[in-house]
Ligand binder design. Structure first.
Ligand SMILES: [Zn+2]
Length: 274
């Protein structure tokens, strides 16, 4: 499962949706990010964490509440949970649990822990909020747009930027919440690169990168997709809107996400005209 490794970080990538689960270790703590997806993959991550732990506290961070990112809740052991306050206040938690249950049901998957919606101990509610654990400084930024409850997380001094379901090289923006909020979240990237020394970006899906120019390119690509899609829909140019789907690796499923984006932006355009 290991797709990237250095002194401080091990990235376990599930073949399902190429989802990244990261284990980050500093002298002060072990942080597990979005442990996922299949039962044996969660066990592999849990075992790895218990081997390297050496008495340090364990934290599990959820970048947002999508089912495939939170299904490892309870799966790592006795830990402290970090996530956004919005994750806790959403009123459709039952729906998210149902998504996990039907996934497990569909593939006859049995887990050795209880699937549940996360209870978060350390709540993130605003930009620049920090959590200090010894010499490790974790800084958060709210990141709505994909879902309402996403967060960006920066770990210093090691310089890791966890972007959740933003800044992926294998996905265009999947917009479930708001395209305007998504754009606003993208504008935070420049500020983050200016104020923090980033050595590695880890997105929720796809490839990590050590290159800041690549991070900026991913940001620009996301904004271009949203602007172009909105403009095409304003001009009722379906062909131009669907051109945005060209070149992506998984056109069948991604076509559905693209359609979802179109429906959402259409709706936004209609409500903003009146
Ligand atoms: Zn995801």
């Amino acid at each position: 499962m290991i797709q990237y490794k250095n002194k401080n970080i091990t990235i376990f990538q599930s073949p399902l949706f190429q989802t990244n689960a990261s284990v980050i270790e500093t002298a002060d703590m072990v942080l597990v990010v979005d442990p996922t997806t299949l039962p044996h993959e969660i066990i592999e991550i849990r075992n790895y964490v218990s081997t390297i732990r050496k008495g340090r506290p364990i934290y599990v961070l959820f970048t947002h509440s999508d089912w495939d990112h939170i299904l490892g809740y309870n799966g790592i052991g006795e830990v402290m949970y970090i996530g956004s306050e919005t994750m806790m206040t959403r009123d459709d938690k039952e729906r998210i649990i149902e998504q996990i249950k039907s996934f497990d049901d569909q593939y006859y998957l049995v887990r050795d822990y209880e699937v549940d919606y996360p209870h978060i101990d350390c709540l993130v509610s605003k930009d620049g909020q920090q959590l200090k654990i010894g010499d490790t400084i974790i800084t958060f930024y709210t990141a709505p747009g994909h879902t309402e409850d996403g967060i960006f997380t920066i770990i210093e001094p090691i310089g890791i930027f966890l972007s959740g379901d933003y800044l992926s090289d294998i996905e265009f923006p999947y917009i479930y919440s708001s395209s305007y909020a998504y754009e606003n979240t993208m504008t935070k990237i420049d500020n983050i690169l200016e104020h923090h020394l980033i050595h590695l970006l880890i997105p929720g899906h796809g490839h990590p990168t050590e290159d800041c120019q690549e991070i900026l390119k991913r940001k620009t690509d996301s904004l271009t997709y949203i602007h172009e899609l909105r403009s095409a829909l304003e001009n009722e140019d379906e062909k131009r809107a669907d051109k945005l789907l060209e070149g992506w690796q998984f056109p069948k499923i991604m076509g559905e996400y693209h359609k979802g984006n179109k429906d959402l932006i259409q709706k936004e355009l209609k409500t903003s005209t009146y």
